[in-house]
Design a protein around this ligand. Sequence first.
Ligand code: ZN
Length: 180
Amino acid sequence: MNGVRAIMAAADTAARWHAAQRRKGEAQEPYVNHLLEVAALIAEATEGLDPDLVIAGLLHDSVEDSGISASEIEARFGADVAALVMAVTDDKTLPKAERKWLQVVMAPKKDFRARMLKIADKTSNLRAMAASPPAGWSDERRRDYIAWARAVVDGARGVSPWLEGQFDQAAAEADTALAG
Ligand code: ZN
């Protein structure tokens, strides 16, 4: 498949795989909004030159949240996409605190494409935290989340000044929303 066809097949697949899922924020946006935002950030950051990474952006939460297997992703979209998705997939058999700590520790060890995917994911999450924070989250919980996202991204930096700028802006907006 060429790049455009593969990307649209992945967007269609992602929308189906996450059809029943909503974002955590008060606005309850369809989950696919997050996946499209991450993929769009990657497409910009790579100037359209890395279709597999854009596809991985669309599918990055499918193993963790929709129970899709790496082999299914590989069969449909190839080994490169499957490896990228697995590089940003947490081991859900571990306790949540350990998974969050591992993201911080492992970020610097990932290759530059996985780091780009991480930064795009955290950028989308902090934009959402600023625009529509999860109902029921205390200020302290939001503050902890923002600090954790910054710690993960600090370990992933050095891949795209533009994308890192987008993250810094999203983090600043999330801080401002908290203060306001
Ligand atoms: Zn995500």
